[in-house]
Design a protein around this ligand. Sequence first.
Ligand code: ADP
Ligand code: ASP
Ligand code: MG
Length: 403
Amino acid sequence: MLVVQKFGGTSVGDLQRIQNVANRVSATKKDGHDVVVVVSAMSGETNKLVAYAEHFSVNPAKAEMDMLLSAGERVTASLLAIALSEMGFDSVAMTGRKAGIVTDSDHTKARIENINPQNMQDAIKMGKIVVVAGFQGVNDNGDVTTLGRGGSDLSAVAIAGALKADLCEIYTDVSGIYTTDPRIEPKAKKLDRISYDEMLELASLGAKVLQNRSVEMAKKLNVNLVTRSSFSNEEGTLITKEENIMEAPLVSGIALDKNQARISLMGVKDRPGIASDIFNKLADAGVNVDMIIQNKAHDETTNIDFTVPVSDLHDAKAVVDGFVTRGEVKADSYNKDICKVSVVGVGMKSHVGVAAKAFSAMAQKNININMISTSEIKISMVIDEEYAELAVRSLHAIYELDK
Ligand code: ADP
Ligand code: ASP
Ligand code: MG
């Protein structure tokens, strides 16, 4: 069997933990399997590097950020390969480039365009354990790129797909996918299985246990994906096709995203095409707009409110300020003290009253809902950030996810 094993930041957080990872990887190899390991930077390392850059600039060049941030994963990959060799296991560390990961040039959130797995395959054939630095690739120009925060998950899934691995294991600091973040609600229950679509929604809506693009890729390439703990031997959670799950629950999980900001535009000129102008310019600037609300004011103008990830706020402000300068918008304001709580479940497709229940949970705790959006399998609400954890626990309780 060919197994891809990915170890996240906490799992490689210090030298002893890297040794533990080496022990686990070598045990898999001893069992007769081929292993490709993908590693993250040691926990806190990427944030430390970001802070270093921010010491010099509020908006550092993205290409330089990629050079900088990709260094964290290289450290772990080399150390793990050294530890494995010392234990008598032939191994080789590879950068994203050496592993053949080619991306577009959208620095700090590059997309993988293709993988040339030749170097990895050659090493595997020679019996080596391949250790790949996650989170990074290279564009056509030879510049280093990174795949967005949490992107080592994507490296692992993409490599598993390219090598047609039998299994892709994501080792982290919790024993699988829970009904909600167990750090927020200790009563959260571990799921044995979850569908790609539900996992994709949870991940996109803030459950950082898996990077959303890794789930999308796993679904597309049909990768057998398991999330489990690197600190125990407990069985993890299988992320799989919906048809492999007997009796989907009504609601599978609750997600929380605190990295959202709300932008309010007041006195927007009420003319056809204005929304198209604003949101096209935002799209051109690479801003990821999520929820949008428009209200007509009394004076022939409208107010438009929308949410963006905090990381896009700087770029969004630049676009919006342009409309204010040109007099097409009277005023704009920003609020980072909001969050988005979401309820996810494929069972919603065939049941009524699911959303009403979510609103009741908020009402019971006197939490004001600022924005709402729904899709076939999710309900999201924007609320004030101070109520984030309370809201998650209330939703978890009202859908009886602790039962
Ligand atoms: P890694 O460093 O291994 O990539 P992350 O910190 O990115 O790990 O993701 C693991 C964390 O995700 C957990 O510690 C947990 O707090 C959080 N998390 C959020 N939602 C969930 C969920 N539904 N199930 C499990 N963990 C979750
Ligand atoms: N080190 C990167 C991050 O912190 C990538 C990852 O850990 O997956 O976002
Ligand atoms: Mg992660």
